[in-house]
Design a protein around this ligand. Structure first.
Ligand code: 3PG
Ligand code: MG
Length: 399
């Protein structure tokens, strides 16, 4: 990769210098308690932060959380993240209650060598996500004024043309952090030189979200296994009745076309778990895809599908998995996702879990993270990378 990375910055010496780290600390919070339910993204940025602290940098961390609308909203405060980050680092993290205001300025000024401050949610400022270059630029100027160098370790946000991702690096010496470097290396390997057979497992609810990546993968994969809510539009395109299952009518022609072009490489479920309603208390049965009752909706792939998919996965030298196979958050519909995840852990080759829901599923189901080759922290970002799109955050680092 033609990008300078953290080692280049460390080699120049950062002792006593202020370094701004853009992290993706957009972690899921429990709706009732506000507690962090999965701290994977916080842990993923620790290597970069620790290396900077050890080298004596004064580390200013910034991130977004959720999608507040350009103004402060306590629901989306990074305060609980500051606490968790401090616990994981084993060091105090000074938390600024604004992003570029008085509190932030003070926190940054008081920061000594090896110390860490976290700024409040970037998206509390309209400039962060603005489509207007001038407005974004003005916010980027304020952020850039806090530091002498910029490290992008927010892989989950590199597909966003936002001030902290795209415009700050134009204003400061900039490098990729350890996480961004690793993510890009892994995904480049998948895109350009996967060991074969290369098997991709896709799930999640909508075909329309995955269309671009399916198009991009179709010429290169040996097998594309499709589960999750999106499988029902494919099954319908094949002529099956899908009852009350998720269906994107407007995607039917597209699915037919993909199935034809896939020439047997696109593999669909043979059985599904069909329930009376979207609820853990619903009545449900496993049914073949040829006999989904009209009054039921499919909420998971069935056991025969799990073993057929597992067999294909077992032959693979490279596996990429993005998107749950069913509604794994509800116990009766978790077996498909668990079965596929477990089969991926037995693969002898290189395995990659896409970010977002699939990474969360690995942790929520209590699977051993170290039995996967790589668990990406970026859902949208990893898909867009595999689609071959230019990612604003990566482009900015290359310049
Ligand atoms: C994510 O969780 O997808 C990333 O943090 C990016 O967030 P966004 O989709 O709200 O831009
Ligand atoms: Mg997203």
């Amino acid at each position: 990769m033609s990008i300078r990375n953290l080692d280049d910055l460390l080699a120049e010496g950062v002792s006593g210098r202020r370094v701004l780290v853009r992290a993706d600390l957009n972690v899921p919070l429990d709706k009732e308690t506000g507690q962090i339910t999965d701290d994977g993204r916080i842990r993923a940025v620790l290597p970069t932060l620790t290396a900077l602290r050890d080298a004596g940098a004064a580390v200013v961390v910034c991130s977004h959380l959720g999608r507040p609308k350009g103004a402060p909203d306590p629901k989306y405060s990074l305060a609980p993240v500051a606490d968790r980050l401090g616990e994981l680092l084993g060091a105090e993290v000074a938390f600024a209650t604004d992003t570029v205001g008085e509190s932030a300025r003070k926190a940054v000024e008081q920061l000594g060598a090896g110390q860490v401050a976290l700024l409040e949610n970037l998206r509390f400022n309209a400039g962060e996500t603005s489509k207007d270059e001038t407005e974004r630029g003005a916010f980027a100027d304020q952020l850039a004024a806090f530091a002498e160098a910029y490290v992008d370790d927010a892989f989950g946000a590199v597909h966003r043309r936002h001030a902290s991702v795209h415009d700050v690096p134009a204003r400061l010496p900039h490098v990729a952090g350890r996480l961004v470097l690793r993510e890009v290396e892994v995904l480049a390997r998948l895109r350009h030189e996967p060991d074969r057979p290369y098997v991709v497992v896709l799930g999640g609810s909508k075909v329309s979200d995955k269309l671009a990546v399916i198009e991009a993968l179709l010429p290169t994969v040996d097998k594309l296994l499709i589960g999750g809510g999106m499988c029902f539009t494919f099954l319908r395109a094949q002529g099956h009745e899908v009852g009350k299952s998720l269906l994107e009518e407007e995607m039917l022609d597209t699915c037919r076309d993909l199935l034809a072009r896939g020439e047997g490489r696109i593999v669909l479920p043979v059985d599904v778990v069909a329930a009376t309603e979207f609820s853990a208390e619903a009545a449900y049965d496993t049914v073949p895809v040829t006999a989904i009752p009209a009054d039921r909706l499919g909420l998971d792939i069935g056991p025969r599908t799990v073993s057929e998919f597992a067999e294909a996965i077992g032959t693979a030298r490279t596996v990429f998995w993005n998107g749950p196979m069913g509604v794994f958050e509800l116990a009766p519909f978790a077996a498909g996702t668990r079965g596929i995840a477990e089969s991926i852990t037995t693969v002898k080759g290189f395995t990659v879990v896409g970010g977002g829901d699939s990474a969360a599923a690995v942790r929520a189901l209590g699977l051993d993270e170290s039995s996967f080759g790589h668990i990406s922290t970026g859902g949208g970002a990893s898909l867009e990378y595999l689609e071959g799109k230019a990612l604003p955050g990566i482009v900015a680092l290359e310049q």
